[in-house]
Design a protein around this ligand. Structure first.
Ligand SMILES: Nc1ncnc2c1ncn2[C@@H]1O[C@H](COP(=O)(O)OP(=O)(O)OP(=O)(O)O)[C@@H](O)[C@H]1O
Length: 361
């Protein structure tokens, strides 16, 4: 196994207010390897921002261990009083190697695009000419060279985020934390920004921690996913595993939204065939990856078990270069054969979720 570039172990973050205690992050461990685009997905309030802010100690954990690029930033088993924390000088230097971008861009409005990027180089040991060259290079990378003398108010949301990305990359970080960076953008601009992040990952080896409430964004570029709920990671895995074989209800919800399957299920469920499902029928969702394809699956069911499959909806997504297929089907057959057929599908690596008619099994 590759050594982690970010290692969070048993992280707890507790906020104490006058008369209440909020456990924003509860015993979360997360290992990010170099070159990962690790998506952390969850609804608002799940604790995502609090968790990722512990990576650069913008949020000091209540307990746990934070190791980034082999430096221990924080190590405290029980509470902050006895914890070891990296000294502030070192932390300041290390933080420059961890870029961060946010939903609302956080640009300085009274400074030009070039000045915003140059701001991140204030402490860099570079001559003025070198700094100017670096700013030019970064603006070229994010395709904003022609906007260098404009002010943030003259830019679109996507352009502002690209300035923020250029600024985040100024000190050549190996890690970029993206906290809801596309949440304020329209779908087309979102895809452009995600495309840029993917390019930075592929061409420069940038490791990205992608915090979002949109599984769609994770689907586009991440190779790994963790799902957060109530301060905990409830499910994690490779993008492919999570999409092909989600275990938790919340994960399923996120995936259905990202693949538009939620709408398909709602629409198809209204059809008379599903509404009037017969005693010898089940309505199911089949999910399969790569090596399986729809025709052999369906043909096999008929050949071996005389099960007739009526496909009401089908979709194929390409994730990380591998096909993930989803079918909404009505399967008709004798009870024991339906049971055997469904078991056979599961054995062949097809995820079968009975949406209606489980009594037929
Ligand atoms: N500084 C703070 N003081 C007190 N409570 C906080 C603080 N920061 C966050 N919280 C609480 O911790 C919980 C997790 O918040 P967090 O912002 O990490 O969630 P999130 O998943 O990132 O959601 P969002 O996308 O809405 O920011 C919430 O209940 C929030 O109100």
């Amino acid at each position: 196994m590759t050594e982690s570039i970010i290692s969070l172990k048993n992280i707890n973050v507790t906020f104490r207010q006058k008369n209440k205690t909020i456990q924003a992050v509860q015993n979360v461990s997360l290992e990010v390897e170099p070159g990962d685009i690790y998506g952390v997905v969850g609804y608002s309030g799940a604790g995502k921002s609090t968790l990722v802010r512990t990576v650069n100690l913008l949020q000091v954990p209540t307990s746990g261990q934070v190791v980034v690029q082999n430096s221990t930033f924080f190590d405290g088993q029980d509470n902050q009083n006895h914890a070891k924390i990296i000294n502030s000088n070192q932390l300041r230097q290390k933080r420059r190697k961890i870029g961060m971008i946010f939903q609302h861009f956080n640009l300085l409005n009274e400074r030009t695009v070039a000045e915003n990027v140059a701001f991140a180089l204030e402490h860099a040991k570079l001559s003025d000419t070198q700094k100017a060259d670096k700013v030019d290079e970064l603006l070229k990378l994010v395709e904003l060279s022609d906007r260098s003398q404009q002010y943030p108010s003259q830019l679109s949301g996507g352009q502002k985020q690209r300035v923020a990305i250029a600024r985040a990359l100024a000190n050549d970080p190996e890690i970029l934390i993206s906290d809801e960076a596309t949440s304020a953008l329209d779908p087309k601009t979102t895809n452009q920004i995600l495309g840029l992040l993917k390019k930075l990952n592929q061409e420069y080896g940038l490791t990205i921690l992608l915090i979002t409430h949109e599984m769609q964004a994770v689907k586009e570029i991440a190779n790994k996913v963790a799902v957060m709920q109530n301060g905990q990671i409830i499910e994690r895995g490779s993008l492919l595993d999570i999409f092909a074989n989600p275990q938790e209800q919340l994960t399923k919800e996120f995936i259905e939204t990202a693949t538009n399957l939620d709408q398909a299920i709602a629409t198809v469920s209204q059809q008379a065939l599903v509404q009037n499902l017969q005693a010898n029928q089940i309505f199911a969702r089949l999910t399969y990856t790569g090596s399986n394809t729809n025709e052999p699956l369906i043909a096999g069911l008929y050949r071996q078990y005389q099960i007739i499959a009526n496909i009401l909806y089908g979709d194929i997504e390409i994730l990380q270069g591998t096909e993930v297929g989803s079918l909404l089907v009505i399967l008709t057959g004798e009870q024991d054969k339906l049971t055997a057929g469904v078991a056979q599908l599961a054995q062949a690596g097809v995820n079968v979720e009975i949406l209606k008619g489980s009594h037929a099994l």
